[in-house]
Design a protein around this ligand. Structure first.
Ligand code: UFG
Length: 340
C-alpha cells in the first residue's frame, strides 16, 4: 500500500477512482484545478471511505505548484485524469486543447521524474480508435482519432510510449475508456457536467429530472439494427476498479501498455433510453434529430487483454448503470452546487 497521486481527482471519473483507490487501502492525494471538478466530491469520497484525502487546488500545467504538491507527500504512483475532455469544444478551440492536455502530461512526467516516481496510469479514451475497421476493437487496432480532443489523447499516449522507451524505470498503463456512465450506489458522488451536457446519459438524466426539455437522438439512419449508434457503456465504479487493477499490474508491465476498459457489449441510443426509462419508472421524452458530426456507428471494446492481464472485468449491467445514475441525479438535481 502506498500513496497515489490522482490528478483530476475532483471530477466525475476521478472521484470514483479516488474512492476505489482509497478502498484498496492506499492513501490518496488529489491535484485538481476545480475547473471541471468539485471540492465537495473529494469531501464526500472522504466521508464514504473514512479516509482523509488531501486536495491540492493546483493546475497540473503549473510545474512549480505541482512540484510543491509532490514535495508534501511520499507518492508511489500517479493516476493522471486531469484534462479537457469535450469533443465539440476541442473542435472549436483546438489550440487550447493541445496546450492544456499536452502541457499537463509534460509537466506531470517531469515532476514525477524529479520526485523519483515512475509508475503512472493514464486516462486515455476509446476515441483514439476513431472509426475502427471492425468491432470489438482490440488494443492493437490502428489509432486514428478524428477530432482534436482524441488527438491530444493519442499524442499523450505517444509521449508516454517514448518516455517509457527511453527510461526503463517507467511502468505506464494506458486505460482506454469506452463510455463511462452511472454513479456510486450511495448517490453521493456522480457526474456534474458544467453547462449543457454533451453526453447521452447526463443529458437524459437532466431531462428526466426536469432540468431540460426533450432529449434529441442524434440520427436514426446509421447501419445498426435500430438505426441509432452503438456504444460500450460501462459503470463508472467498474471503471474505477480497473484503475486499481492497473496499478496492481504495473510492476509486470515493461514500459507502456494500453488496456481497453469496457464491458465488451454494445447498446444503441434507443436501448439506453429504454433502460433508463425503466430505471426511472416513466418514459424519457425524446425526439429524433439529425446526426451529430463526428459520431461513428459502433464502438465496442475487445476486453480480452484487460481480463487476462489485469484480472479485471466489468460486473455491472446497463440496468445498474441507469439506476445508479438516476439515484445520483435525483438526490443531487443540481449536482454539487446545492444540498451538500
Ligand atoms: N447522443 C444522442 N443525444 C445526445 C447525446 C448523445 O443521441 O444528447 C448519442 C450520440 O450521438 C452517440 C451516443 O449517444 O451515438 C453516445 O454519445 P456520448 O456523447 O454519450 O458518447 P460518445 O461515444 O460520443 O463519446 C464518449 C466520450 C468521449 C470519448 C468517447 C470514446 O464523451 O470523451 O466516448 O468512445 F472519447
Amino acid at each position: 500500500m502506498g500513496t497515489i497521486l490522482v490528478t483530476g481527482g475532483a471530477g466525475y471519473i476521478g472521484s470514483h477512482v479516488c474512492l476505489a483507490v482509497a478502498e484498496a487501502g492506499h492513501d490518496v492525494v488529489v491535484v485538481d484545478n476545480l475547473v471541471n471538478g468539485s471540492a465537495t466530491a473529494v469531501e464526500r469520497v472522504g466521508e464514504l471511505t473514512g479516509a482523509s484525502i488531501e486536495l491540492h487546488v493546483v493546475d497540473v500545467t503549473d510545474r512549480a505548484a505541482l512540484d510543491r504538491a509532490l514535495d508534501a507527500h511520499d507518492v508511489d504512483a500517479a493516476i493522471h485524469l486531469a484534462g479537457l475532455k469535450s469533443v465539440g469544444e476541442s473542435m472549436a478551440e483546438p489550440l487550447r486543447y493541445y496546450d492544456v492536455n499536452i502541457n499537463a502530461a509534460i509537466s506531470l512526467i517531469g515532476a514525477l521524474e524529479r520526485h523519483g516516481v515512475f509508475r503512472l496510469v493514464f486516462s486515455s479514451s476509446a476515441t483514439v480508435y476513431g472509426e475502427p475497421d471492425g468491432v470489438p476493437i482490440p488494443e492493437t487496432a490502428r489509432r486514428r482519432s478524428i477530432n482534436p480532443y482524441g488527438r491530444t489523447k493519442q499524442l499523450q499516449e505517444d509521449l508516454f510510449f517514448d518516455v517509457a522507451a527511453a527510461d526503463p524505470r517507467w511502468h505506464i498503463g494506458l486505460l482506454r475508456y469506452f463510455n463511462p456512465v452511472g454513479a456510486h450506489p450511495s448517490g453521493r458522488i456522480g457526474e456534474d457536467p458544467a453547462g449543457t451536457p454533451n453526453n447521452l446519459m447526463p443529458y437524459l438524466m437532466q431531462v428526466a429530472v426536469g432540468r431540460r426539455d426533450d432529449l434529441t437522438v442524434f440520427g436514426d439512419d446509421y447501419p445498426t439494427p435500430d438505426g441509432t449508434c452503438i456504444r460500450d457503456y460501462l459503470h463508472v465504479v467498474d471503471l474505477a476498479d480497473g484503475h486499481v487493477a492497473a496499478l496492481d499490474a504495473l510492476d509486470d508491465v515493461a514500459g507502456c501498455r494500453p488496456w481497453n476498459l469496457g464491458t465488451g457489449e454494445g447498446y444503441s441510443v434507443l436501448e439506453v433510453i429504454g433502460a433508463a426509462s425503466r430505471a426511472i419508472g416513466r418514459p424519457v421524452p425524446h425526439e429524433v434529430g439529425p446526426r451529430r458530426p463526428g459520431d461513428v456507428p459502433e464502438l465496442v471494446a475487445d476486453v480480452t487483454r484487460a481480463q487476462n492481464e489485469l484480472g479485471w472485468r466489468a460486473e455491472r449491467d446497463l440496468a445498474a448503470m441507469c439506476a445508479d445514475h438516476w439515484r445520483w441525479q435525483q438526490q443531487n438535481p443540481d449536482g454539487y452546487r446545492v444540498g451538500a
